[in-house]
Design a protein around this ligand. Sequence first.
Ligand code: NAD
Ligand code: UGA
Length: 459
Amino acid sequence: MPLSLRKIACIGAGYVGGPTMAVIADRCPDIDVTVLDLNAERIAAWNSADLPVYEPGLAAVVSRARGRNLRFVGQTEGAAYVAAADAVFISVNTPTKTEGEGAGKASDLRYVESCARFIAAHATGHTIVIEKSTMPVRAADCIKSILATARPGVTFDILSNPEFLAEGTAIRDLEQPDRVLIGGERPESIAALAEIYRRWVPTERILSTGLWSAELSKLVANAFLAQRVSSINSISALCEVTGADIGEVAAVVGADSRIGPKFLRASVGFGESCFQKDLLSLIYISESYGLTEVAAYWQQVVDLNQWQKHRFADQIAAPIADAEGSLRGRRIAILGFAFKKDTNDVRETPAIDVCRQLLARGATLAVHDYRVTPESVRSELGAQGVEVAATPEAALAGADGVAVLTEWSAYATLDWALLAGMLKAGAVIHDGRNIVDATAVRRAGLTLRSIGRGAQTNA
Ligand code: NAD
Ligand code: UGA
């Protein structure tokens, strides 16, 4: 008899678990969806009007499903829902290990393992366990061995169903994905999960593979995206010294249909909790199989990203540092702290590295962002020398230099004619996202320095 998933549970109510389950519940009103998390504060926020994740369109999706077939519960209450579930998604964090074997590179699977133990303890009958978290290839082996400790008569099958949503566009990505990937060993389990997605995703976009291909494909997809950003950023430096314009170069290169125009925006560097972590995981896996050249190839994508952030911080400092390179007494306005627009997420945001470097040289920073809370800024930078500004104007007042670090749309339309008088004389605007209106800046008599734009466009 074909399997049918009527009750599902998801462990982990973060940036992936929350929105993904909300969309499944919204699209499948007949499926009972429970999301559980250890973090009681997060669960309370999911049950309030002030959701813990900022995503355009998310509040509407949650409000349609919550209280109908979508619930958010704490871990203790969640045990009964895991027991009753036909399928349990694991959607917890898999950060880079900070200690032990593989520290600094390998993904830390302790949260995943703890979920597997929880499922083994509470599941009843037959349960499909679905890896939604991004895992190293062959992680399912480790989950299988933990599940094998369950009571006799309790059985499991494992699927890998990695998530490809991007923050800021998560709802659109979930509702209209390029592809849904389901890796597994048993066709009936794959078909049961595919049946859920088929409610709104065209069949040809639901790809099925073996378990190991699915796990590896997710890491590789992120590595390829990150590689494109590092590639264009490497060329941005070359544009700056040769007088070429990175926007023009990217448009020409991206017009080749074999290359395509996406992910060719030069920037201060890529951020987000996953690109670097997944690259490091890929590097660690390659090293552990003795593939030194493969590891070195991907390491360069990470290194280039670090270099780009440092290069940008140096450019901000150059015109205002004293002879010793110190920025003491200098105030720098930081416009944008999130790792990209339309999210409140600051994990691995390039702003952290850039700001820390400026602080280390003695600068005072005035940080503005439309969605990031002052607590998030302070938890990354500390309070010393850091002021969180409520408006861009408040950040810019009295600034010796300006750095645009997130591409919030509103920064593209700032009224520089009005703002010019608030800045210290000679303050340079460093655009780390190439969104600032160059004509308006120049008309206001200010100097703009954009990523990858050669001297002739900055003159
Ligand atoms: P997150 O940190 O926002 O959320 C993870 C949640 O899991 C947290 O709320 C945490 O409290 C909870 N948790 C951890 N251990 C638990 C346990 N044992 N029991 C119950 N709850 C537990 O992480 P995220 O951004 O949602 O990412 C989750 C996974 O999805 C990661 O593997 C990540 O690589 C992957 N991913 C993330 C994105 C993204 O855009 N953030 C996109 C695709 C894939
Ligand atoms: C990325 C991938 O796009 C998702 O497919 C994947 O699911 C997710 O990681 C994950 O696994 O976590 P996300 O990081 O949310 O999504 O957002 P992106 O749009 O990919 O941006 C990542 C970083 O690259 C941002 O800092 C962004 O500003 C930067 N970027 C992106 C550029 O600098 N230039 C570009 O052209 C594109």
